[in-house]
Design a protein around this ligand. Structure first.
Ligand SMILES: NC(=O)c1ccc[n+]([C@@H]2O[C@H](COP(=O)([O-])OP(=O)(O)OC[C@H]3O[C@@H](n4cnc5c(N)ncnc54)[C@H](O)[C@@H]3O)[C@@H](O)[C@H]2O)c1
Length: 266
């Protein structure tokens, strides 16, 4: 059986290194290219694996894709670069599996059209963690019965975008089923700007950024004399890899760009 050839962008980053390890450990996958602007900073174990399969870390995505005959590109880079990376991959006929957040709805629509015209699949997933997907599904379910809701997401202080892609995705899923409602006191005034968090379709999202935190999210529902909290905690990057592995295999089986890992998980 042919293996799926996987290129990785951000291969020197913390998520990228986990992806490289995951690919090297799966006999159904072959590492086709490892792309990173700063070629080199992969740990010793990964470097040995890369050398063993003849892959060097390169900063040049165009050349890597032209030479690698990759089937899939997995990206964990930075919000300001990921759109161009995704577009370049699709133009080379390489299926994007994207973990980096920061796309606008218009960009997703455009990339979907591009995937359709190339006849390939693609996936953008703000969260590849199976527990986080369940947290989002349960939150959407609860919001039908308890429409007063706020989201608090917690990440490390070096995260570039706020609110997190996961919290936006959660808010979208909640909005699809929650009755239309503008929460809180209409006369409410912020004495410190931003104190009530960001506004999304009648409810609020709060972003906490502190060193020591990895990735957590709480969705809090308020009702008469009661609250319900649905909480997910991620402790390490390797926890995302089972999801990325499923995505790399699934993306080979359909055409068009899917947004959200939950749609390929079942
Ligand atoms: N979807 C998910 O499940 C999930 C989970 C964790 C992290 N993330 C996201 O993944 C991304 C990477 O996270 P990380 O912790 O590995 O970060 P990191 O800083 O460790 O790695 C980022 C990588 O991007 C590369 N990079 C920087 N600028 C670039 C550019 N202009 N072009 C190409 N590559 C560039 C860096 O060299 C590095 O290899 C973040 O956006 C983060 O929010 C997503």
């Amino acid at each position: 059986m042919d293996t799926i050839r996987v290129a990785v962008t951000g291969a020197g980053g913390r998520m990228g290194r986990e992806v490289v390890k995951m690919v090297l450990q799966d006999e159904q996958l072959t590492l086709a290219a490892a792309v990173s602007p700063s070629a080199g900073p992969v740990d010793a174990g990964t470097l040995v694996g890369l050398q063993a399969c003849g892959v060097t870390v390169t900063p040049d995505l165009e050349t890597a894709l032209a030479n690698a005959q990759a089937d899939v590109l997995v990206d964990f880079t930075v919000p300001h670069a990921v759109y161009d990376i995704t577009k370049t991959a699709i133009e080379h006929g390489v299926r994007p599996v994207i973990g980096t957040t920061g796309f606008t709805p218009e960009q997703i629509e455009e990339l979907d059209k591009l995937c359709q015209s190339q006849g390939i699949g693609g996936l953008i997933a703000p969260n590849f963690s199976i527990g986080a997907i369940l947290m989002m599904k349960f939150a959407a379910q609860a919001s039908k019965y308890m429409p007063h809701v706020e989201i608090i997401e917690y990440h490390g202080d070096q995260k570039l975008d706020a609110p997190s892609g996961t919290s936006i995705k959660t808010a979208e899923l909640i909005s699809e089923v929650r009755q239309e409602l503008r929460q809180g006191n209409p006369k409410e005034k912020e004495t410190i700007e931003g104190a009530r968090g960001g506004h999304y379709d009648g409810f609020r999202i709060h972003s906490v950024r502190l060193p020591g935190i990895f990735a957590q999210q709480e969705v809090i529902f308020g009702g008469y004399g009661q609250t319900l909290k649905i909480r997910h905690d991620s402790y390490e990057r390797a926890g995302y890899m089972p999801g990325v592995n499923v995505a790399v295999k699934k993306v080979m089986t359909y055409t068009g760009l899917i947004y959200g890992f939950e749609h390929v998980m079942d």
